[in-house]
Design a protein around this ligand. Structure first.
Ligand SMILES: Cc1ncc(COP(=O)(O)O)c(C=O)c1O
Length: 370
C-alpha cells in the first residue's frame, strides 16, 4: 500500500553537518543529541550513521529511548538528559545508560544497583547555572557532593550544564553561566572528585563561543541542518529532512469561490486549485494557513485556505502544467528550491526544532544513504 506523504532523510547531509560541528569544536569529542527520535529524523538510523562518523556519545531524553538504541546495537555511551526514575536504576546499570543526575534519590538507587552488580556506575552531575530548568543549584552543591562522597558505587564521570541564551551570541549571560559552571567544577574537584567530561554547549554554544574548560559538546539542531540562531546563517549546514506529498486533485473554481473551512481564502479570479492530502495530523502546522509556500516542479506555490487535518490547498492558477500525482515538497529541497525548517517555522510562529519533531515523527521515513 502506498502512503501519499513521506519524510526523506538525507544521511549524507547529516554526516556533513556532524563534520562541520566536529571542526567547529576543534576535532574534540562530540555527543550527538538524538532525543525525541533524533528531532524526528529517526534515532536508530541517525545514531548508526553518526557511529560511522565516530560520534563519541549519544544523548536522549528518557531511558526508553536509550534502551531502543541499545536494542538496535548502538554501543557508544548514552546520556539520559531527563534523568530516570529511581526504580529503573538496575536497568540503567544493565543497559549502560548514564543519567544526567539532578536527584539524590536516583543517586542512592544507582549506588544500590552498582553494589549489587559489583560495579561503580557513572553519572554526569547536572548543575543549573541559569537555565532555571533541571539541575542542582550551585548553593546545593556542597550537600550534593557530601552525599555522593558517601556512595561508593556511583562515580561523577561528568559535570554538565545547559545554556539558556547562547543563540543570542552577544548576550553576556552566557559568560556568566560559564563562570558559574567553572566555579562549580572547581568545587567538585576540591571535594575529591575527578570528572572526566565537562560540557555546556548546545549547537549555538558550540558554533558561537569557546569554553576552555569544556572537553565535550552536545550539538542537536545543527546536525539536522536547523538554524541554531539568527547569527548562524553563514554556517555550511545542509537540510537533512525533506517532507513530500503528491497532488491528488486539480479543480477549476470561478472567481469569488471560498476555499476550505471558514472560507478564509476567496479566489479573486478564475482559479486552478490543487488539493494535497496532507494536513495538521501529519505535523504540517495549521498556523501556516494562507501563509506557507510549497515547491512543485521546483517552483514556489502559495498554500491557500485553512490547513485541514488531512488536506491543504494550493493556488496553481499561474502553473497550469501542474498535474495530479506531481510531487509537492512542503519542507526541504526540490531542485534549486528550498523550504527550510526555519522558513516553515516562521510561517507557523514556532521554531524549526518543533517542525522537525512534529513532521518527522508522524510520517513514514525513507533514508538516503551516503
Ligand atoms: C541538555 C541539552 N543539551 C543539548 C541540547 C541540544 O541543543 P541544540 O539542539 O540547540 O543543539 C539540548 C536540546 O534541547 C539539551 O536539552
Amino acid at each position: 500500500m502506498k502512503h501519499p506523504n513521506q519524510v526523506i532523510i538525507d544521511l549524507a547531509s547529516l554526516r556533513h553537518n556532524f563534520r562541520q560541528a566536529r571542526a567547529a569544536f576543534g576535532d574534540r569529542p562530540l555527543l550527538a543529541v538524538v532525543k525525541a527520535d533524533a528531532y524526528g529524523h529517526g534515532a536508530v538510523e541517525v545514531a548508526r550513521a553518526l557511529t560511522d562518523e565516530e560520534a563519541d556519545m549519544f544523548g536522549v531524553a528518557h531511558p526508553t529511548e536509550g534502551a531502543r538504541l541499545r536494542a538496535a546495537g548502538i554501543d557508544r555511551p548514552i546520556l539520559l538528559f531527563c534523568g530516570a526514575h529511581p526504580d529503573d536504576a538496575g536497568e540503567l546499570a544493565d543497559q549502560e545508560l548514564t543519567p544526567m543526575l539532578f536527584d539524590l534519590e536516583l543517586a542512592r538507587a544507582l549506588d544500590a544497583a552498582g553494589r549489587a552488580r559489583g560495579r561503580v556506575l557513572p553519572v554526569h552531575l547536572k548543575i543549573d547555572t541559569g537555565m532555571g530548568r533541571a539541575g542542582f543549584r550551585p548553593e546545593q552543591l556542597d550537600e550534593v557532593l557530601a552525599t555522593l562522597a558517601g556512595l561508593d558505587h556511583v562515580r561523577i564521570d561528568g559535570v554538565v550544564s545547559h545554556l539558556a541564551l547562547a543563540d543570542d551570541v552577544a548576550n553576556p549571560f552566557t559568560a556568566r553561566q560559564y563562570e558559574t559552571f567553572a566555579a562549580c567544577v572547581e568545587r567538585v574537584r576540591a571535594a575529591g572528585f575527578n570528572p572526566r567530561w565537562l560540557h555546556l554547549s548546545n549547537s549555538p554554544g558550540l558554533f558561537g563561543q569557546t569554553f576552555p574548560l569544556c572537553n565535550l559538546a552536545r550539538p542537536g539542531i545543527s546536525l539536522y541542518g536547523g538554524l541554531p540562531g539568527e547569527s548562524f546563517r553563514h554556517l555550511d549546514l545542509k537540510p537533512v529532512m525533506r517532507f513530500v506529498s503528491r497532488i491528488a486533485q486539480v479543480n477549476r473554481l470561478p472567481a469569488g469561490s471560498g476555499i476550505s473551512y471558514g472560507h478564509r481564502f476567496v479566489t479573486e479570479r478564475d482559479s486552478l486549485v490543487a488539493a494535497v492530502p496532507v494536513g495538521y495530523s501529519d505535523g504540517y502546522p495549521r498556523l501556516v494557513t494562507n501563509r506557507a509556500e510549497v515547491l512543485v516542479r521546483g517552483r514556489r506555490i502559495r498554500q491557500v485556505g485553512t490547513v485541514c487535518m488531512n488536506w491543504i490547498l494550493l493556488d496553481v492558477t499561474d502553473h497550469p502544467d501542474v498535474r495530479v500525482g506531481d510531487l509537492v515538497t512542503l519542507l526541504g529541497r526540490d531542485g534549486d528550491g528550498l523550504i527550510s525548517g526555519d522558513e516553515l517555522a516562521g510561517w507557523a510562529q514556532t521554531i524549526d526544532y518543533e517542525v522537525f519533531c512534529s513532521i518527522g515523527s508522524r510520517n513514514p521515513r525513507q533514508y538516503l544513504r551516503a
